[in-house]
Design a protein around this ligand. Structure first.
Ligand SMILES: Nc1nc2c(c(=O)[nH]1)N[C@H]1C(S)=C(S)[C@@H](COP(=O)(O)OP(=O)(O)OC[C@H]3O[C@@H](n4cnc5c(=O)[nH]c(N)nc54)[C@H](O)[C@@H]3O)O[C@H]1N2
Ligand SMILES: Nc1nc2c(c(=O)[nH]1)N[C@H]1C(S)=C(S)[C@@H](COP(=O)(O)OP(=O)(O)OC[C@H]3O[C@@H](n4cnc5c(=O)[nH]c(N)nc54)[C@H](O)[C@@H]3O)O[C@H]1N2
Ligand code: SF4
Ligand SMILES: [Mo]
Length: 678
């Protein structure tokens, strides 16, 4: 038996475990007892993280579409077709007719290389990844208020805080090892406020559970801030010495009396007052949030309010405090850090800055780099339907199931001149591709992942990849070489990280020989730096913290007579996103085998619906059939559906209304109608 220490491939919590293998095959997982996050524990997905690796449906050879059918091909043939196809589109329509979708499932090194390929070899800033669908509101909102879009504190701060506000995060299901840490803290006396209208597990342990209307967080937070100011609970010294623009914030929330906020949110005024007193009365209070805050057409405004609440009460820059966006995918923090974003290079260095461009151009040995920011992923679909985008290279994403408004997404993907998909399975998106490239998965390659608390950790190869599947970084470098670029020849990912460190101040001191056993937290500017568990200690990354008041706006689509329900979408404990991995993990799939929708007993009674009935759900964009789950998890008038299932796909229904600033889709609110299938 061989044990290989590596990082869990699922969520951004970043637990580490040993993959146990026997004769080249994985047989199980053993948690790492000394790891600061997992501390000997794992959730059910971690325990089962070996299960999909040897699944018989793994892609083992490149596939090329001939006569309308995907057929096995050699690497030479497939990669030459990729390069000539991309070049042909470029010649015909220009460099910006090509787009690259990077992957929060791939390593830092691979994300860096794909963005280098897009910019240095294909001359376009059209590179983005699923962070667009996830925490783009955070990146925009916290950059403006704090100067950095990452978690300000560390996961361990949960043990040293007095009050935790969890807003729009189902932590025990989606970041389970962080969720159990919160439950432990509550058992030891920490106060918990949950603001989420589903009765999630944390809500049952909360001192206060605020079941406000979906999409009303700006009203709720403005109301809470109103009370804090009116009752003299502001941390005057912090506001005076560490922040700017307080007067505008105070003016903006002046009208948000608890009564007005109650009317907008559907809460009682007393609940808003109680939340304000509990939060502001604590010596150390910590905010954790996730998709309930970000995935709205006003997601950036939500983030601004969260940041303002923390600054108003002096809860930044100390242990046990902070604004903590829980990052979703195992390497979505890293994908952003590496510049798989249309306007930023690695380390959040701006594409628009000529000095930055010049530095990268010299390091990469190219005469110049493109200056105009590229397309966000969520705007790519429209660009393609307007003919501005003709080729899409997708590494490790499954937009057919994860993008909003599936009908539109399908039409666009089918209409592209060239679609290349590099994945470990033949996903719903890969099935539409012209060329499919088989990738090695996390257990079959070396590299680093960066977790939600900015901890850069090493993933290690435990077994060989199936058939001729190759690591993403090797495939990308091969494409660069075939396109005639000689600046991407590396022996191993370690050399790539050295290049990243040389060009990225935040990662300046990150090197493989320093990452054992449990990684380093960025910023880590040089080789002697110990890493940074807490951000914004003496001053904010941007200098002073900036109050950016937000005006309350309603969601883009609200219920009416024809579509009387609010549909909100999200996840379950056992499955991962589009199910490519968890639905191929026997134990996980057995626990949650079918698409379902949660409906309140009152609504169910009115519609004559019983538990497990088949339901037809329709929105202005599409319809699906799914199974009723009658439960008080949801409030009357609201339905909840996970987006894991290809049959009964929630994204056939969702709205692609975007936040104007972050381009995130409004996954958390759309209007639907529902009826029993006779
Ligand atoms: N098991 C599992 N874990 C995962 C994932 C997975 O697919 N499966 N995905 C990972 C990824 S990439 C991400 S981004 C995270 C997401 O993690 P979470 O954000 O925790 O998960 P979601 O289910 O999307 O939504 C969280 C909560 O937001 C609430 N909500 C909906 N609308 C609103 C609103 O208007 N206001 C407020 N305050 N709350 C609202 C919902 O009721 C829901 O309980 O999970 C990560 N972890
Ligand atoms: N309705 C609704 N839709 C949503 C959301 C929601 O809350 N509601 N949430 C959004 C959010 S937050 C997110 S993050 C997105 C996620 O959207 P996606 O990123 O599209 O979803 P995943 O299923 O995680 O896709 C990852 C893909 O990578 C593949 N893969 C795994 N490992 C590797 C590897 O090493 N190399 C390669 N090349 N491929 C690999 C997997 O097989 C899978 O196909 O979904 C978004 N969509
Ligand atoms: S909490 Fe997240 S990182 Fe930890 S084992 Fe579960 S899925 Fe993996
Ligand atoms: Mo996400």
């Amino acid at each position: 038996m061989k044990r290989t220490l590596t990082v869990c491939p699922y969520c951004g919590t970043g637990c580490m475990f040993y993959l146990v293998s026997d004769g080249g095959k994985l047989v199980g997982v053993e948690p790492s007892v000394t790891h600061p996050v997992s501390r000997g524990g794992l959730c059910v997905k971690g325990w089962n993280a070996f299960a999909f690796v040897h699944h018989p449906e793994r892609l083992t050879t490149p596939l090329v579409r001939r006569d309308g059918v995907l057929q096995p091909a050699s690497w030479d043939e497939a990669l030459d077709l990729v390069v000539t196809g991309l070049q042909a589109v470029q010649e015909k329509h220009g460099s910006d007719a090509v787009m690259f979708a990077s992957s929060a499932k791939a390593t830092n090194e691979e994300n860096y290389l794909l963005m280098k390929l897009a910019r240095a070899v294909f001359g376009t800033n059209n590179i983005d990844h699923c962070a667009r669908l996830c925490h783009s509101s955070t990146v925009t909102g916290l950059a403006e208020t704090f100067g950095s879009g990452a978690m300000t504190n560390s996961i361990s701060c949960i043990d040293e805080t007095d009050v935790i506000l969890v807003i729009g995060s189902n932590t025990t299901e989606q970041h389970p090892l962080i969720g159990s840490r919160i439950l432990n803290a509550v058992q030891n006396g920490t106060g918990l406020i949950v603001a989420d209208n589903r009765r999630i597990r944390l809500a049952r342990h909360a001192a206060l559970h605020l079941r406000h209307k979906n999409g009303s967080d700006v009203a709720l937070l403005n109301g809470i801030m109103h009370v804090i100011i009116a009752e003299g609970l502001v941390d005057e010294e912090f506001v005076a010495t560490r922040t700017e623009n307080y007067a505008a914030q105070a003016a903006a929330v002046a009208e948000w009396t608890p009564e007005k906020a109650a009317a907008a949110t559907g809460l009682e005024a007393g609940e808003i007052v109680a939340a304000a007193r509990l939060f502001a009365g604590a010596k150390r209070a910590m905010i954790l949030y996730s998709m309930g805050i970000t995935q709205h057409s006003h997601g950036v405004d939500n983030v601004r309010c969260v940041a303002a609440l923390a600054m108003l009460t002096g809860n930044v820059g100390r242990p046990g405090t902070g604004v903590n966006p829980l990052r979703g995918q195992n390497n979505v923090q890293g994908g952003c850090d590496m510049g798989a974003l249309p306007d930023l290079y690695s380390g959040y260095q701006k594409v628009a800055d000529p000095l930055v461009r010049d530095r990268f151009a010299r390091a990469w040995g190219v005469p110049s780099l493109p200056a105009a920011p590229g397309l966000p992923l969520t705007r790519a679909m429209n660009a393609a339907s307007e003919g501005r985008l003709q080729a899409l290279f997708v590494m490790g994403e499954n937009p057919m199931l994860s993008d909003p408004d599936q009908g539109h997404a399908r039409k666009v993907l089918e209409g592209l001149e060239l679609l290349v998909v590099q994945d470990i399975f033949l996903t719903e998106t890969a099935a539409l591709a012209d060329i499919v490239l088989p990738a090695a998965c996390y257990a079959e390659k070396e590299g680093t992942f960066t977790n939600t608390e900015r901890r850069v950790q090493r993933a290690r190869k435990a077994v060989e990849s199936p058939g001729t599947a190759r690591a993403d970084w090797e495939i990308i470098c091969d494409i660069a070489l075939r396109a005639g670029y000689r600046g991407m020849c590396y022996h191993d990912p370690r050399e790539v990280m050295d290049e990243i460190a040389s060009l990225t101040p935040l990662y300046g001191g990150i090197a493989y020989d320093r990452l054992d056993p449990h990684g380093l937290q960025w910023p880590c500017p040089d080789r002697n730096h110990p890493g940074t568990p807490l951000l914004h200690l003496e001053h904010f990354t941007r200098g002073l913290g900036h109050f950016s008041p937000a005006r309350y706006r309603l969601p883009a689509e609200l219920p009416d007579d024809r579509y009387p329900f609010v549909l909100t979408t999200g996840r379950t404990y056992f499955h991962w996103h589009t199910g490519s991995m968890t639905r191929r993990s026997h134990l996980l799939d057995r626990e949650e085998p079918r698409s379902f929708i949660e409906i309140h007993p009152d609504d169910a009674a009115r519609l004559g619906v019983r538990d497990h009935d088949r339901l037809q759900v329709a929105s202005r964009r599409g319809e699906v059939q799914t199974e009723a789950r009658v439960t008080t998890m949801v409030v009357p008038g609201v339905l909840f559906m996970p987006f894991h299932f290809a049959e009964g796909a929630a994204n056939a229904l969702t709205n692609n209304a975007l936040d104007p600033e972050s381009s995130i889709p409004e996954f958390k609110v759309c209007a639907v109608r529902v009826e029993r299938v006779p």
